[in-house]
Design a protein around this ligand. Structure first.
Ligand SMILES: N[C@@H](CCC(=O)N[C@@H](CS)C(=O)NCC(=O)O)C(=O)O
Length: 201
C-alpha cells in the first residue's frame, strides 16, 4: 500500500498510526495538498491528503473512509472502531469531535496563511480556535480518569483522533498543557507507543 501525504497533516497521520497499529507494511509519499498539487490531485481529484493506494491499484480518499476500510479488512474481532453497539457509537462520537476540531483548527490556519494581511478577520480565527478548544475540553473530561486509553480499556480510533487533534492544537498555539491537562497526559503516554512515536513528523 502507498500512503499519499505528510504526517504533519493530522488526517494523514491518523491513517499512518492506524496502518502501524494493525502491523501493516506501507510506503509513504511525503506530499502536501498545497506544495505538490499535481501529485496529490492525481491520487485525489479533490486535491487533499491523505489518499491510500491499495495493492490492487484502487485509491481510497478521506481518512474516515480509509480507516473504515482498514478496520473492515484487518480489524478482525477488535477493530479500532468497533463494528456495532455502544462502543461503536462512543468511538465514533469522539472521532467526529476530534476530526471536526482538526477542521476548525485548519480553517483558522488557512485563514492566517492564505488571506492577505489586510483582509484577516481575527474574530473568525478566534471563533474557529474556540470551537476546537471546546471540543478538546469535552474529551479532556473523558481522559480525567488517567487510564491509558479513552474508551473500552484498549486502543481505539478515539485515542488516535484525539492524539492528532491535540498535536495540531498545540502547533497552532492552543496551550493544551494548561487548558486540557488530562488530554495532554494521555497524548504523552500514547507517544511512547511505536505507531505514535514513529509517525512523528
Ligand atoms: N476530511 C478529510 C480532510 C483532509 C484535509 O483537509 N487534508 C488537508 C491537509 S491537513 C489538505 O489536503 N488540504 C488541502 C486543501 O484542502 O486544499 C480527511 O479526513 O481526510
Amino acid at each position: 500500500m502507498i500512503l499519499i501525504g505528510i504526517n504533519r497533516s493530522p488526517y494523514t497521520r491518523r491513517v499512518a498510526i492506524t496502518l502501524q497499529a494493525y502491523g501493516l507494511q506501507y510506503e509513504q509519499r511525503d506530499v502536501s495538498g498545497f506544495g505538490n498539487r499535481e501529485e496529490v490531485r492525481a491520487a485525489n481529484p479533490l486535491g487533499r491528503i491523505p489518499a491510500l493506494v491499495l495493492d490492487s491499484g484502487e485509491t481510497l480518499v478521506d481518512s474516515g473512509a480509509i480507516v473504515d476500510h482498514l478496520d473492515e479488512t484487518y480489524g478482525g474481532d477488535q477493530p479500532l472502531t468497533p463494528a456495532r453497539g455502544d462502543g461503536r457509537r462512543a468511538v465514533l462520537r469522539v472521532s467526529a469531535l476530534m476530526m471536526g476540531a482538526c477542521d476548525k483548527g485548519l480553517q483558522a490556519a488557512y485563514h492566517r496563511n492564505h488571506v492577505p494581511v489586510e483582509k484577516l478577520h481575527q474574530p473568525w480565527i478566534d471563533d474557529c480556535l474556540m470551537q476546537m478548544a471546546t471540543a478538546l475540553k469535552a474529551v479532556d473530561a473523558k481522559a480525567a480518569t488517567g487510564s491509558a486509553y479513552l474508551l473500552l480499556g484498549r486502543l481505539t480510533q478515539a485515542d488516535i483522533t484525539t492524539f492528532v487533534a491535540e498535536r495540531l492544537a498545540r502547533g497552532i498555539g492552543i496551550d493544551t498543557e494548561a487548558a486540557m491537562p488530562n488530554l495532554r497526559a494521555l497524548t504523552r503516554r500514547l507517544l511512547e507507543e511505536p505507531p505514535f512515536r514513529s509517525t512523528e513528523p
